[in-house]
Design a protein. Structure first.
Length: 95
């Protein structure tokens, strides 16, 4: 989390900062020609097969999952399992 500005780090609970490994390389998932700060999702692959996700507008709120679950999610995206979320008016999974 050393890549966060000092004022953001100061506002984070110490447990959040301590739980993340140092030196994570965050990759931003944004459209190729996107301008501005987002908000975008960032992903970092950490030690122990863990995958960390955060939003650029709330970098202290990190979700951690396993590499296996991340790969299952990616396969689902590629298979179109989440396409219904892109339809106008859709807010969640079909009922």
């Amino acid at each position: 989390m050393a890549d966060l500005p000092a004022d953001v780090l100061a506002d984070l609970p110490s447990a959040v900062v301590a739980d993340l490994p140092s030196g994570l390389e965050w990759t931003r998932a944004a459209p190729e020609n996107a301008l501005g700060p987002g908000p975008w999702i960032e992903v970092a692959f950490g030690p122990g097969g863990l995958v960390h996700l955060r939003e650029t507008d709330d970098p202290g709120n990190v979700v951690t999952t396993t590499r296996r679950k991340w790969e299952a999610f990616v396969l689902g995206v590629r298979a179109g399992e989440f396409d219904h979320f892109t339809e106008p008016g859709e807010q969640g999974p079909p009922t």
